[in-house]
Write a protein that binds this ligand. Structure first.
Ligand code: PEP
Length: 248
């Protein structure tokens, strides 16, 4: 069975209670989307956003979780707590977390394990910097991140991979279609080699996806959806991306 395509939005540290009106606008325009639709708002908005999900038409997720289920970790949120708030997914290893909070592959893997133990799907992010691409290290970097960030307990059901070149996030720049295809093929091959059922894992592309390039990106082999930052904040833009993925 072909994997279910996923349009995932990452609001990052944007949005407030008033911004939840965008969810109503999105679901009014796309009441029966032809792909899975996920929004990952700031943690404080998870529970109220779940209340607007119309019985699960929209899935809601967190942007990070702690590796422990509870304890003395001021300011952190566990996967168990995300689940309690109604989250079904959590992004782990986003490049902004890796850079701002010095999260390495081992930390990302531990967070993914915590998500799985809590019954949440992890979206594990990988991606090369511009310097790494320019020096021809992209495939080696991505291969190493996949090997060390994806835990042994990963399955196609509990794990989604997001390929997000760091230099393409929030910049308006995107890799060529061939560059995206090359990295997604590497990820697919690595997952097949390690897990056997790797063809079932969903592999998202992320980095400056917008309505004007979504159709083209979704036509690339092994692209099973997108992780979208800026363009997920407005219902019109994210809705156009949902429509493009539904038609792909
Ligand atoms: C992201 O932060 O995951 C992302 C892809 O951002 P943007 O779409 O804004 O480039």
């Amino acid at each position: 069975m072909a994997p279910r395509k996923l349009a995932a939005g990452n609001w990052k540290m944007n949005g407030d209670l008033a911004a939840l009106a965008e969810v109503d606008r999105l679901l009014d325009a796309h009441p029966e989307p032809g792909c899975e639709v996920l929004l990952c708002p700031p943690a404080l908005l998870i529970h109220p956003m779940v209340g607007k999900s119309r019985g699960g038409v929209l899935a809601v997720g967190g942007q990070d979780c702690h590796a422990k289920a509870s304890g003395a970790h001021t300011g952190d949120i566990s996967a168990v707590q995300l689940r309690d708030a109604g989250a079904e997914y959590v992004i782990v290893g986003h490049s902004e977390r890796r850079a701002d909070h010095a999260e390495d592959d081992a930390a990302v893997s531990a967070k993914a394990v915590a998500a799985h133990q809590a019954g949440i799907v992890s979206i594990i992010c990988v991606g090369e910097t511009e310097a790494q691409r320019d020096s021809g290290q992209t495939l080696a970097v991505i291969g190493a991140q996949i090997a060390a960030s994806v835990p042994d307990c990963a399955t196609a059901e509990n794990t989604v991979i997001a390929y997000e070149p760091v230099w393409a996030i929030g910049t308006g720049r995107t890799p060529t279609n061939d560059q995206i295809a090359e990295v997604h093929a590497l990820i697919r091959n690595d997952l097949v080699a390690r897990f056997g059922d790797g063809a079932g894992f969903r592999i998202l592309y992320g980095g400056s996806v917008k309505p004007s390039n979504a159709v083209e990106i979704f036509a690339i082999q092994n692209v099973d959806g997108a992780l979208v930052g800026g363009a997920s904040l407005k219902a019109d833009d994210f809705g156009a991306i949902v429509a493009a993925l539904s038609a792909a």
